[in-house]
Design a protein around this ligand. Structure first.
Ligand SMILES: [Zn+2]
Length: 124
C-alpha cells in the first residue's frame, strides 16, 4: 500500500497476527497499541468479554492463555479450576474443567467418578 500524500511505502503490520499492509485500508484499526487488523480487533473484544464472564464466575484460567487481555492470539480453550461437592457426604474435590466445549449438558468421566468415590444413582 502506498501513502499518496507522502509518496512512500507504508509499513503497516498487525500487532497480533503479523499480517502486513496488503489488506485494504478499511480492514485496519489504529489505537494506542498500534495497528491491528479488524479480525484481531474483534477477537480481542471477545477475549475481553470472556475475561469479564470469568470474573463474574470468580473463576481462574489455569491453562490456555495466561494473560488473556494482552494476548490477541486465538483463545482455543479455557480450563477452569472448579470445586465439586458430593451430594451424600459433602466432601469436595477440586478439578480442572473445560469451559464451553459446545456440550449440551454437564458431563463427567466415569473413571473420575469411580476414582473419587462418587456415589451414582440410576436415572429413569
Ligand atoms: Zn491481525
Amino acid at each position: 500500500m502506498w501513502d499518496v500524500s507522502r509518496g512512500k511505502r507504508m509499513t503497516r503490520q498487525c500487532r497480533a497476527c503479523r499480517k502486513d499492509d496488503s489488506l485494504p485500508t478499511k480492514e485496519w484499526s489504529l489505537d494506542a497499541q498500534g495497528w491491528a487488523c479488524n479480525l484481531c480487533v474483534e477477537r480481542e473484544k471477545k477475549i475481553v468479554n470472556i475475561e469479564k464472564e470469568l470474573k463474574k464466575l470468580k473463576a481462574k484460567v489455569v491453562t490456555g492463555e495466561r494473560d488473556v487481555r494482552r494476548m490477541l492470539k486465538p483463545l482455543r480453550e479455557v480450563w477452569l479450576e472448579v470445586g465439586i461437592e458430593k451430594l451424600d457426604n459433602h466432601k469436595g474435590v477440586t478439578v480442572k474443567a473445560l469451559l464451553d466445549s459446545g456440550a449440551t449438558g454437564i458431563f463427567v468421566d466415569k473413571k473420575f467418578v469411580e476414582e473419587h468415590g462418587f456415589r451414582l444413582e440410576k436415572l429413569d
